[in-house]
Design a protein around this ligand. Sequence first.
Ligand code: SF4
Length: 444
Amino acid sequence: MPKVAITSLGCPRNLVDSEVLLGTLKRHGYTVSGADKNPDLLVINTCSFIQSAREESVDAIMEAANLKREGKVGRIVVCGCLPQLYKGKLLDELPEVDAVFGTSDFAKLSSYLKKIERGARHEVVSKKVDYLYDDSSPRALLTPKHYAYIKVSEGCDNFCSYCIISRLRGRLRSRTVESVLKEIKNVSRSGSVKELEIVGQDTTLFGKDNYGRPMLAELLKRASCLKNSVEWIRVLYTHPAHYTDELIDTIAGEDKICKYLDIPIQHASDRMLKNMNRKTKKRDIMDLIEKLRARIPGIVLRTSVIVGFPGETDKDLKELLDLIKEVKFQRLGAFSYSKEDGTPASKMRPQVPEKVKLQRLDEVMRAQQKISEAYNASLAGKTLKVLIDEKVEGERGEFLGRTESDAPEIDGIVYVAGKGLKTGRFYDVKITDSLEYDLVGEAV
Ligand code: SF4
């Protein structure tokens, strides 16, 4: 049986595409192997959201090309956002690559396999980005068995002035509630999936296009009622402008819904928020956070902010720092603005010098480090429910896990001491120590 290996870059939404691609290839007789196991086919599912992501994607392709030259890889296929951004250019630029597929075309790979195996080179990148997988799409999960990403929609209609996502992923298109519920039944049939991560570009607008109104609350209510092994349903990638009271009440009222929310605010200066086309003002953000904390006591909030956006002044940055220190998000990711050609923000003046961006990024992260440290210290002595992700190699009785307030791959972890703990199981863990971003504890 031919072997396929995949390198999946970028965000969880891209990971779901990789899983659908692998599921499709398995139906065509391929087995999934590592890139170091001489695969017949090596797929690079790329990201090109910002410059650094593009560089990472090109590095991965170059690495694959070296393996091919050494005869350790058969065919190389590049998918995802890089081919979509560089439509019609990649095959000429990358002679070692056998085929490229866009963000709406990767599922077509299986129908090109024979030609590719015979050495034909293909570029399949649709201009119109309209593909959307559903519950009938085969998926080979790449996450650990106990959690899975559920992509409820693709594309985005928000057009933040710095973002190229809608060019790469198209306009917002939501799946149906029925299709998502069926998929949840499919992925949880094994009984090992304990946690679901609900993803999209803006999950709070799920259903707005095909139902005419946001349907996330409805979906979460019905997903919470499903009889299955899932105990945690986590909502990621929400937008502060698109919360409804119904959604907040649902998150508050359903035990399975993690009392954890990912709400990128991007900035706090109204001038910056306007130029970013974020559809919110600082007052709106503060009102939302007050409402969430009042309605859902103990809610843990993650946010993302951008520093160095064109025209950002010291006064704007101070507004952002003041809000961060006042709100005390338990989790915060900060990014320096990346000028993306063709975006409205790329034409804005003045562009902030790189040196200044990095200084501001450092200031924000130092402020957040103190906040995270203080929050983690407040958990010492408490007993928290922890999901074990893995056993630490070579360390007797040491495991890595996460609390309900830790999304995989982006938040902190818990170092858990204990005997014979099982991966993918929940344990009560007494927190004995805290670090800036992580916790230490022992299973009780
Ligand atoms: S919400 Fe804004 S930043 Fe996020 S994908 Fe949509 S346009 Fe881009």
